[in-house]
Design a protein around this ligand. Structure first.
Ligand SMILES: C[C@H](O)[C@H](O)[C@H]1CNC2=NC(N)=NC(=O)C2=N1
Length: 98
């Protein structure tokens, strides 16, 4: 059974994820992305989808043209877990690599 992060664990984890915001109501993390156009945005979503399937951990997300909004939380834990942190780091690696 996957455990929900404690507040201290969450604060510590989010220090390494400066682009992500904590949604207190959902105990989730969110990040907004903007790409050059829809094709770039959808390509990004396709890559995230493969990560999610491999991790068996899926985002709640929306897409409008070149923008993608991602929310990560762990349904099985009732809030934020290590799986969300791992997924956020993997997603950041797709877009933040120099
Ligand atoms: C049975 C399967 O492992 C669960 O439904 C997985 C699938 N993907 C998931 N994704 C997310 N975000 N949270 C979960 O708790 C979760 N659980």
């Amino acid at each position: 059974m996957i455990e929900q992060l404690s507040e201290a664990e969450r604060v510590d984890a989010l220090e390494g994820l400066p682009e992500w915001d904590h949604d207190e109501a959902r105990d989730a993390i969110t990040r907004s992305f903007a790409f050059a156009d829809f094709s770039e945005a959808f390509g990004f979503m396709a890559r995230v989808a493969l990560l999610a399937e491999k991790a068996d951990h899926h985002p709640e997300w929306s897409n409008v043209y070149n923008r993608v909004e991602i929310l990560l939380t762990t349904h099985d834990a009732g809030g934020l877990s290590e799986r969300d942190i791992d997924m956020a780091q993997a997603i950041d690696a797709l877009v933040d690599t120099p």
